[in-house]
Ligand binder design. Structure first.
Ligand code: NSP
Length: 223
C-alpha cells in the first residue's frame, strides 16, 4: 500500500467528522448562516497569507527544479487564485481589503499556521509536505463529498463559487501532485521517520477540524 493510502486510512475518522461538521454541511445545503461564512472568509484570508509562505519554503527546500517550479506555482495560485476568491467574496459581503488583511487571527488559526511554519522552517521537505497536505487534500475530499451529496451546491448564489473553486480539476490535480510527490519522497524511509510524518499529517488534520469549528462557533480570544 502506498504511504498516502496508509495516511488516508489513518485520517478517515477525523475527515469523516469534518464532512459531518455543521459548517461543511451548511455549505452543501446552502443553509450556512452568513455570519459564519463572513468569519470564515476573514480568518481564512489571514490563514492563507501564512500558508503561502509554506510554499515559498517549499521552493527553498526543494531538491530539484520540477519541485521548485511546482511550489512556485502553488505560491502563485494561492496568492492570485485562491485569495482572489476571498477578495471577490469580501466585495460581495461588504468587507474591505484592509479589513480582510487586518483580521486578527483567532487562537486556533494562529496555532495551526505556527505549527506548520515551525515544521517548515525546522524540518525536512517531507515534514513540510506532510504538515501542509491535509489543507489541500481535505478540501479536495470535502468538495467531492459535497458534489456527491449536494449536486446543486455549486449553483448556490453565495456558496456556489466556493464549491466550484475547490471541486475544480485544477485544484484536485495540485493536491494529487503533492500526494504523489510525498509518495516518491518517502521511498526507503524508516518506520521511525514515517511515524514523524504521519504525526504531522494527523495533527494538521485535527487543526482543520478545529478551524471549521472555530469559524462556525466563533472561537475568539477570551480577553
Ligand atoms: C483553513 C484552510 N484549510 C485549507 C484551505 C484550502 N487551501 C484553506 N483555504 N483554509
Amino acid at each position: 500500500m502506498k504511504y498516502s493510502q496508509q495516511l488516508n486510512v489513518k485520517v478517515k475518522d477525523i475527515w469523516e467528522k469534518i464532512h459531518q461538521h455543521p459548517f461543511v454541511v451548511g455549505l452543501g445545503s446552502g443553509e450556512l448562516p452568513v455570519e459564519s461564512f463572513i468569519r470564515y472568509m476573514k480568518q481564512d484570508y489571514v490563514f492563507l497569507i501564512d500558508y503561502s509562505k509554506l510554499f515559498a519554503l517549499g521552493v527553498v527546500k526543494a531538491r530539484d527544479l520540477d519541485t521548485m517550479t511546482f511550489f512556485a506555482k502553488l505560491l502563485h495560485d494561492t496568492l492570485n487564485g485562491e485569495m482572489e476568491l476571498h477578495r471577490t467574496y469580501a466585495a460581495k459581503l461588504g468587507i474591505t481589503h484592509q479589513e480582510l488583511e487586518e483580521t486578527k487571527p483567532s487562537p486556533i488559526n494562529l496555532a495551526y499556521t505556527r505549527y506548520m511554519l515551525n515544521v517548515a522552517q525546522n524540518g525536512s521537505l517531507e515534514e513540510l509536505i506532510s504538515s501542509l497536505l491535509p489543507c489541500m487534500w481535505s478540501y479536495w475530499e470535502i468538495s467531492k463529498m459535497l458534489a456527491d451529496y449536494y449536486p446543486n451546491s455549486s449553483k448556490h448564489p453565495l456558496y456556489g463559487e466556493w464549491v466550484k473553486m475547490y471541486s475544480s480539476n485544477e485544484f484536485g490535480s495540485l493536491a494529487m501532485w503533492l500526494i504523489d510527490l510525498l509518495d516518491r519522497l518517502v521511498e526507503g524511509k524508516s518506520e521511525r521517520e514515517l511515524a514523524i510524518l504521519t504525526d504531522h499529517f494527523l495533527t494538521t488534520s485535527r487543526f482543520e477540524y478545529m478551524f471549521w469549528d472555530m469559524v462556525y462557533e466563533g472561537g475568539d480570544w477570551p480577553v
